[in-house]
Write a protein that binds this ligand. Structure first.
Ligand code: ADP
Length: 448
């Protein structure tokens, strides 16, 4: 097993990794930017190294600084968390070249799954259903029109290197084609320095359902059931739950089996997620992408399976065999996660960084809170707005929702705006309570 892990991240996920390492009796090294001197991860780790100024490009994305920090502190592994360098194959390769284990899959799998076109081609070959559309990067309008003749409007243009909902445009008819294509190209170039785009059928009000996978270095792959992530704003997840609500068990079973097949086909190792869109009317589902890292929403799976995914990720990276067979995985009860952001729901979710003057955090039966905030902490304006993940567990969805309403009412932050009131509105919405949800739910929420 590893002796010391460097955590190449910040915020709640850095704390989550420190906690898993502590449970495994492994020492930890935090890296931090100058904006994060007072951050909790720097205080809870055994050692800390400043890796640069506030901008992520000069600190949390600064590979030479991070590798140097790992070498100086004699770390034998690096955990990248999510975001930043988590899906950067070059970083994974450099870690390995320096004899430092990268806690994640192999660099070549990160590369092939990181390109969404290549991922779709590989999945199609493996017999996984994919959204109909182009299987190559598109360039000319004539070429795109030809594809649209087959798949028909509406269509969605997406960035091959995409992530975080960037570089995506929905096109309803031919008049929008050219301007939308240009806008998507510019956005993709800016966000990913890669302007390649692809096109696929736009599925009407789909549900986003994903399957958690665990794979060891010896070809053993299991799934830990599915997560429902349909409550989104601008293609970004806000609330996740497990298991998926109102979903035929036969479809669930098929989705999970296909996810295992998908992971096996690319010889996947570590924890990963296969994301699908589910067309509720046709009862069909399609692969959209694979995330080769731990995800923000992993705690809902942990609560319904009783497993510690980050610990397992570390153990698998250290070469341990999966101790569990598929039949040993039991999903029981229901878990819901609300992503609490420092943002103003009454002002188009404008970021709301600043000092937390005072704070009361929820607790009690069935409540888990993953957060790095504390009273007196100043949220820097430089990073993601996520300040806490509030997760509740119940014997069934009704109990998990009741506990979430209770926990949200106890979550009191003074000094900044948060999305707590917004989550309260969703948790009291009749359609949400009935489980009638899809990715456009927010457009309907205020009407019913
Ligand atoms: P990203 O990696 O940028 O998050 P994804 O491919 O995972 O992009 O898609 C994010 C979200 O965008 C999905 O959960 C869904 O809401 C929407 N989306 C993506 N592709 C389609 C599609 N073909 N039809 C309808 N919605 C889509």
């Amino acid at each position: 097993m590893f002796k010391k892990i460097l955590i190449a991240n910040r915020g709640e996920i850095a704390l989550r990794i420190i906690r898993a390492a502590k449970d495994l009796d492994i020492k930890t090294v935090a890296v931090y930017s100058k904006a994060d001197v007072d951050s909790l991860h720097t205080q809870l780790a055994d050692e800390r190294v400043c890796i640069g100024p506030a901008p992520a490009s000069e600190s949390y994305l600064n590979i030479p600084q991070i590798i140097s920090a790992a070498i100086i502190t004699e770390c034998d592994a690096i955990h990248p968390g999510y975001g930043f360098l988590a899906e950067n194959a070059t970083f994974a390769e450099i870690c390995i070249e320096h004899n430092i284990a990268f806690i994640g899959p192999s660099p070549d799998v990160i590369t092939s799954m990181g390109n969404k076109i290549e991922a779709k081609v590989l999945m199609k070959k493996a017999g996984v259903p994919i959204v109909p559309g182009s299987l190559e990067a598109v360039s000319s309008i004539a070429e795109i029109k030809k594809i649209i003749q087959q798949i028909r409007y509406p269509v969605i243009i997406k960035a091959a290197a995409g992530g975080g909902g960037k570089g995506m445009r929905i096109i309803e008819d031919s008049s929008q084609l050219e301007p939308m294509l240009n806008a998507a190209r510019l956005e993709a170039e800016k966000a990913f320095k890669d302007s390649s785009l692809y096109i696929e059928r736009y599925i009407h009000e789909p549900r986003h359902i994903e399957v958690q996978i665990l794979a060891d270095n010896y070809g053993n792959v299991i799934h830990l059931g599915e997560r429902e992530c349909s409550i989104q704003s601008r293609h970004q997840k806000l609330i996740e739950e497990s298991p998926a609500v109102n979903l035929d068990p036969k479809i669930k079973q098929k989705m999970c089996e296909i996810a295992v097949k998908a992971a096996k086909s690319v010889k996947y190792k570590s924890a990963g997620t296969i994301e699908f869109l589910f067309d509720s009317k046709k009862k069909d589902f399609y692969f959209i992408e694979m995330n080769t890292r731990i995800q923000v929403e992993h705690p809902v799976t942990e609560l319904v399976t009783g497993m510690d995914l980050v610990k397992l990720q570390i153990q698998l990276a250290a070469g341990e065999k999966l101790k569990l067979a598929q039949k040993d995985v039991v999903v029981s009860g229901h878990a819901i996660e609300c992503r609490i952001n420092a943002a103003d729901p009454d002002n188009n979710f404008a970021p709301s960084p600043g000092k937390i003057e005072s704070l009361h955090l929820p607790g009690g039966p069935g409540v888990r809170l993953d957060t790095h905030i504390y009273a007196g902490y100043t949220i820097p304006p430089n990073y993601d707005a996520l300040i806490a993940k509030l997760i509740t567990y119940g014997h069934d969805r009704k109990e998990a929702m009741a506990r979430m309403r209770r926990a949200l009412s106890e979550f009191i932050v003074n000094g900044i705006k948060t999305t707590v009131p917004f989550h309260q509105k969703i948790l009291n919405n009749k359609l949400f309570i009935k489980g009638e949800i899809h990715t456009h739910f927010l457009n309907y929420m205020d009407k019913k």
